[in-house]
Design a protein around this ligand. Structure first.
Ligand code: ATP
Ligand code: MG
Length: 332
């Protein structure tokens, strides 16, 4: 069975619809005929400042949400990144193979450091994509299910794998991004040209999976749309309406063009009202299940411990190969 690997950061109390439609739903689907490794990227989370107590809580909430969504620990290894030391260890080796200019071309650093200025950003935020390459390459996956914003990082990952394989000996598989075009970039509801983001979106711009359902419904009804009230799909001219149509279509399986026909002449109000109801139908059981799982911390810890055991076994074996090929003397 082909292997898949992906991760998500515990940078908020809840995942959002961009995470869900862009990545997590694919994780659930891929479990059946793949061998999956899914992790909570706490090492990545600290590239921006985190409160320790909050980070711990969010990591457990992340685990509960993954299980509530349908990630099955019998099929998938679910683990916390910091419990698998090989990520940081391979990350260092790959940093030494990455050009400074090459790292500087990564647009995520530019975006995420824009607010405070480059000087205030951490070096960890700068080398984030290299650690991500290590996360992936350790497991030699065939596919990496992610959203569009990760495409550039996947390209860097492939470049580094190729460079290592060429310089030393073939060690890494070149992973393919698994990006579903229709839902690869879910937009912020208030700023529909920007992506919905845990750390950058305003509260009104983001539909959290753990929001009170009535809150999610209200956010959709207040989503920014243009003023002509004509339901059409056009990402450039009508990004707000197109985003709502994308979410609607992804949740119901109805084609965007069928939806456009269905809402022709009816205006945005009807579209928003119906979508709000659909979203409530999705988040209500999800939220209940997550809260239930959060009540059983012993079970969550046990799932994560088992996941880390599985991950460590694979990751340590890869790291041993890497260390040997680089020329490090093994302990005897
Ligand atoms: P942060 O703002 O802290 O970076 P995030 O919302 O971008 O958080 P991540 O944990 O960085 O979430 O990403 C988890 C997964 O969700 C990745 O595969 C990413 O590509 C995907 N993803 C994030 N935002 C969106 C979005 N708006 N549309 C589609 N996919 C997304
Ligand atoms: Mg992100």
């Amino acid at each position: 069975r082909p292997r898949v690997l992906s991760g998500i950061q515990p940078t908020a109390d809840s995942f959002h619809f961009g995470n869900y439609l862009g990545a997590l739903r694919q994780w659930v689907g891929l479990q059946h005929d793949h061998q999956p490794f899914f992790f909570i990227a706490d090492l990545h989370a600290i590239t921006v400042e985190q409160d320790p107590k909050v980070l711990r809580e969010r990591t457990l909430r992340a685990a509960a949400q993954l299980l509530a969504m349908g990630i099955d620990p019998e099929r998938s290894a679910i683990f916390v990144q910091s419990q698998v030391p090989a990520h940081a260890q391979l990350g260092w080796v790959l940093q030494c193979l990455t050009g400074f200019g090459e790292a500087r071309r990564m647009t995520q650093f530019k975006d995420k450091s824009a607010k405070g200025g480059e000087g205030a950003a951490s070096v960890g935020l700068f080398t984030y994509p290299v650690l991500q390459a290590a996360d992936i390459l350790l497991y030699r996956p065939h596919f990496v299910p992610v959203g569009e914003d990760q495409r550039q990082h996947l390209e860097l990952t492939r470049d580094l794998a190729q460079r290592f394989n060429h310089r030393y000996k073939k060690t890494f598989r070149l992973p393919e991004p698994y990006i579903l075009k229709a839902t690869a970039k879910i937009a912020d509801l208030q700023e529909p040209t920007a992506k919905m983001s845990k750390s950058a979106s305003s509260a009104a711009g983001i539909i959290d999976l753990l929001d009170q359902p009535s809150v999610s419904a209200k956010k959709i009804r207040s989503a920014v749309t243009d003023s002509d009230n004509d339901v059409r799909f056009d990402r450039d001219e009508k990004p707000g309406v197109s985003n709502l149509l994308t979410i609607y279509s992804a949740l119901t399986g109805e084609g965007v063009h069928d939806l456009v026909e269905q809402y022709a002449g009816r205006g945005y109000g009807d579209l928003k009202k119906d979508l709000a109801e659909i979203v409530v139908g999705v988040v209500t059981p999800f939220r209940d299940r997550t809260l239930e799982l959060l009540d059983d911390q012993a079970y969550l810890s046990e799932v994560l411990r088992r996941g880390a055991d599985q991950a460590n076994e694979v990751a340590e074996a890869t790291l041993r190969d890497v260390y040997q090929r680089v020329g490090f003397v093994a302990p005897t």
